[in-house]
Ligand binder design. Structure first.
Ligand SMILES: [Mn+2]
Length: 497
């Protein structure tokens, strides 16, 4: 029996949102409730706390989608209490007694793990988590479009209108089926109250320029308002990029934007939150979270504002920039390494899509666009990372092995046709290959963080932290790339030069 089936078998179920619920919490409760109804249960949907829902978009959401969410000052002891978008016992959700407790959330874990605790911090919304779980149970979204619209809007609001989508599953939810866009548009244009307009004004007047990065502090506000403010700040000519932040659930919530090639917003967000939270998004827009508790451990006595400011300063001083083809690097002085014969996966794009189709490959590291052709293969690396490779390059570097590709990875890449939306999981098409025994690279461990700019992708760069490796295959010194240190130690061994 799956967890959701087991939970649905309880008699007396209450699903609880965090206090002052937002669209993500409401959508999560609604979708989980409707799933449980389809399994014969009759859960009650509640929230508690000091205030009732008053934001215009949320009142509209409850009415238009007929979501039976009740305010409950007190909930009598029940058989099963499920908290969504929050964790039972945490500070942002009133605690009620229950014989059994389950938790579904996407914030930093604050409670011990357990069989009924599902926390996925890498997801952009709790709606994504609930959607993927009930989809896997075969929930019929086509028969309940309101449930899909609610989840879609929950993700939309938690990721600044999809600008800060992080995980491939977030993107999968956003594209799962057509949403009722007239409904979403109505909700999306009812979000700003007069007080929130004042928050935006206050945020914009707080701006400071640190190096080339604008840093702005907002009063506590909805993630939406934060994203909105950072969209405006991004327009400022002097800001190469900007970071807008506010107090949020025992930490700081960050919204990051970038306007220059030398800074990718997702990588800046990851840098600022490294070891003290989490961050990600795409190259122009990203978001993140920093935990006060982690800052307290990492830098005792330093205020979170000072901590963030010093990270912004550090970011701008700690990079080497390497432009491919500029002769910056002399690879002949680098050590020589042999590629180990570890089986990897590959798929021929023309096995999956008609020749000439524009395809998008979705991976944990982001989306990659390419065109299906007999000359283009997709490689699947040791951690499930995927990238296109030209057929002649493939044939000179790898040999095809017998048998299907069976590796287990966190998210197996999915490819889709950009025009008709047809989706294919690479697992079904992948075969196994291994590097030829005579495959060598030149590589050196990085002592400083480095950004490598290639000629064939004008928008992105490879980012390497100290400890990662900068490499080029022998005979191709201008084709410089970065290899993650863990992947490097598993896939290369030192060779004689
Ligand atoms: Mn949320």
């Amino acid at each position: 029996m799956t967890l959701l089936e087991e939970l649905s078998s309880h008699r007396d179920i209450v699903i609880q949102c965090h206090d002052v619920p937002d669209a993500d919490a409401i959508a999560s409760a609604f979708a989980l409730g409707r799933y449980m109804e389809s399994r014969g249960a009759g859960p009650r949907l509640v929230y508690s706390g000091k205030a009732r829902v008053s934001k215009p978009n949320l009142t509209l959401m409850l009415n238009l989608l007929r979501i039976p969410l009740e305010y409950a000052a007190y909930v009598p002891r029940c058989d099963l209490l499920v908290t969504v978008d929050c964790q039972y016992g945490a500070g942002n959700v009133r605690r009620f007694e229950a014989d059994h407790v389950a938790v579904f959330d996407h914030h930093r874990p604050e409670i011990p793990d357990g069989p009924s605790v599902v926390i996925r911090q890498s997801l952009g919304s709790c709606s994504t988590l609930i959607w993927s779980l009930i989809r896997d149970e075969g929930f019929d979204f086509a028969a309940a479009p309101g449930v899909y619209n609610a989840l879609y809007y929950g993700l939309f609001t938690d990721t600044s209108n999809f600008a800060e989508l992080r995980h491939p599953l977030d993107r999968d939810l956003a594209e799962f089926m057509p949403a009722d866009w007239s409904l979403i548009k109505r909700l999306k244009n009812s979000t700003l109250s007069k007080d929130e307009l004042d928050v935006v004004a206050g945020t914009l007047s707080s701006s400071r320029l640190i190096g080339g990065i604008g840093l702005l502090r907002a009063a506590p506000c909805d993630p939406n308002i934060l994203g909105f403010s950072s969209d405006i700040a991004q327009q400022v000519e002097q800001f190469d990029s900007c970071v807008v932040y506010c107090d949020y659930l025992g930490g700081l919530k960050l919204s990051v934007r970038s306007s220059v090639r030398e800074i990718m917003a997702n990588e800046l967000a990851a840098f600022l939150t490294r070891d003290v939270g989490s961050g990600g998004g795409n190259i122009e827009k990203a978001g993140g979270y920093i935990s006060l508790e982690c800052v307290g451990n990492a830098a005792p006595g330093v205020s979170p504002d000072d901590f963030l400011r010093s990270r912004v300063e550090e970011y701008q001083n700690c990079f080497d920039l390497v432009y491919c083809g500029a002769g910056d690097v002399d690879f002949s002085t680098f050590d020589r390494y042999r590629k180990l014969r570890i089986p990897l996966g590959f798929a021929r794009t023309t096995d999956m899509f008609r020749e000439g189709s524009q395809i998008c490959v979705r991976t944990l590291e982001g989306d990659i666009d390419t065109v299906s052709s007999a000359d283009t293969y997709l490689m699947i690396g040791i951690s499930g990372e995927a990238y296109p490779i030209k057929r002649d390059r493939f044939e000179s570097s790898y040999e095809v092995l017998d048998g299907p590709y069976l590796a287990e990875t966190e998210y197996m890449p999915v490819a889709s046709d950009r025009i008709n939306g047809e989706r294919k999981n690479l697992r079904q098409y992948a075969r196994t290959c291994a590097p030829k025994s005579d495959s060598f690279i030149r590589a050196r461990e990085l002592t400083r963080a480095t950004k490598v700019f290639s000629d064939w992708d004008r928008d992105r760069y490879f980012y390497g932290a100290a400890g990662d490796y900068m490499a080029a295959s022998e005979g191709n010194p201008d084709d410089i790339y970065i290899i993650n240190r863990d992947i490097f130690s598993r896939t290369y061994s030192r060779a004689d030069s």
